[in-house]
Design a protein around this ligand. Structure first.
Ligand SMILES: C[S@@+](CC[C@H](N)C(=O)[O-])C[C@H]1O[C@@H](n2cnc3c(N)ncnc32)[C@H](O)[C@@H]1O
Length: 380
């Protein structure tokens, strides 16, 4: 992740787009902390979040920018072909998702990215356009055409929008349909996701990112169960999501990235983590294509851990059969289970044999575990 260059982009546009709302130092850290609390604990007060412009631009935009690269990396071999990518960004905000796509596309040699950005906040769209121009001047994104449309996506007729190679909805689903009860919200969210899949051009993918929080991730799991036939990732199984069984579980992934020093310092001052970028996600397709490893009885995705205790480490993993516990004693660390070193939520593994639902698998010599699937390396 070329974070330093993106920090310069933000530094360039912030004074103009923030004006008197710009913040630095303690005032910025306080605003980041307050906005984080709104996002995590007081989601009913989200409207107030729109006002925290400096925190959004100077911290959350930069922190969230690489997250889309996790799901994009898993689309290796199933990404849009050709030199021009058409992107629909729903609830685009400052553009962390569509600009993240553009940065990824640039590194793959894509020449032009055309974005339709739907967002109800005109100030956010203004910032998005300024960020896109500044990023292009620095060579961080290819030629970028932004069609910024002020729109309320709750109830919007999407059928008239042009088809897109990639549809992204970054951290917005949980902000929609808030005036409805839980069942109605889920129905409305399902309707929206089906409509977004309906906007995909042949071979296209829709990526939904959500906060790695219990309620939001579990809502995405419920949607995953309803849309199982369209799910490309993260799931390796057709059956219901086993992480819905226990209320305390939720499915999310982590990128093994450290924030750059300036952002890490801000995160710590605001009481936030400076490493491991977490998110929940769902990648949907209309063509029934599946992630490599799908329904492979030996393939699993790490969904919990590592939990290290005296002399051992344990991970939870999800695969075709259901949930599996992987256990490795420290003294049995070796080449056959080296793939477990550094395995985080989201890592894909292939076990030596097919486990049953609820099985406990002991990693040891002669029982090889291998990494499978692409690993997201934002910025490379
Ligand atoms: C948390 S931000 C995420 C922004 C960006 N997508 C990202 O990936 O970082 C959510 C955005 O969704 C927008 N939003 C919320 N409800 C909306 C609605 N009903 N219609 C359009 N935009 C909406 C908010 O204004 C905000 O900019």
């Amino acid at each position: 992740m070329t974070w330093e260059a993106w920090l310069e982009v933000v530094e360039e546009v912030a004074p103009r787009v923030l004006g008197p709302a710009d913040r630095r130092g303690d005032a910025l850290a306080a605003e980041v902390r307050r906005l984080s609390e709104l996002y995590t604990r007081e989601r009913h007060a989200l409207d107030a979040a729109a006002a925290a412009h400096a925190a959004r631009l100077r911290f959350f935009f930069l922190r969230d920018l690489p997250k889309i690269e996790g799901p994009l990396a898993e689309l290796e071999g199933a990404l849009p072909e050709g030199p021009r990518w058409r992107v629909l960004d729903v609830g685009a905000g400052l553009g962390a998702s569509c600009l993240g796509v553009a940065a990824f596309a640039k590194r793959r040699g894509v020449e032009r990215v055309e974005v339709i950005a739907l967002e109800r906040d005109p100030a956010a769209l203004d910032a998005l356009e300024a960020l896109a121009r500044a990023a292009h001047r620095r060579g961080l994104v290819p030629e970028l055409v932004i069609d910024a449309r002020r729109a309320d996506v709750d109830g919007l007729e999407l059928g008239t929008l042009p088809k897109a190679d990639l549809v992204v909805a970054g951290f917005v689903l949980n902000e929609l349909f808030r005036d409805r009860d839980e069942v109605d919200r889920l129905d409305a969210a399902e309707g929206l996701l089906r409509a977004l899949v309906g906007r995909l051009a042949p071979g296209g993918s829709a990526i939904v990112l959500e906060p790695a929080l219990r309620t939001e991730a579990r809502a995405l799991q419920a949607l995953r169960d309803r849309l199982a036939a369209q799910v490309y990732a993260p799931c390796l199984r057709a059956g219901e999501c086993p992480l819905t069984r226990r209320e305390r579980d939720w499915c999310h992934a982590a990128l093994p990235l450290e924030l750059p020093p300036a952002l890490a310092a801000l995160a710590l001052r605001a009481g936030l983590r400076a490493s491991r970028l977490t998110y929940a996600y769902l990648t949907l397709r209309a063509d029934g294509r599946r992630l490599a490893g799908y329904e492979d009885p030996r393939a699993v995705r790490v969904v919990g851990g590592p939990v290290e205790s005296k002399g051992k480490a344990e991970w939870d993993a999800c695969g075709a059969a259901g949930l599996v516990r992987l256990r490795r004693l420290d003294r049995e660390r070796g080449p056959d289970n080296a793939a477990l070193d550094g395995a985080l939520r989201g890592t894909l593994l292939r076990l030596a044999s097919a486990p049953e639902d609820g099985a406990s698998v002991r990693a040891r010599a002669g029982v090889p575990i291998e990494r499978i699937g692409p690993v997201a390396r934002p910025g490379t």
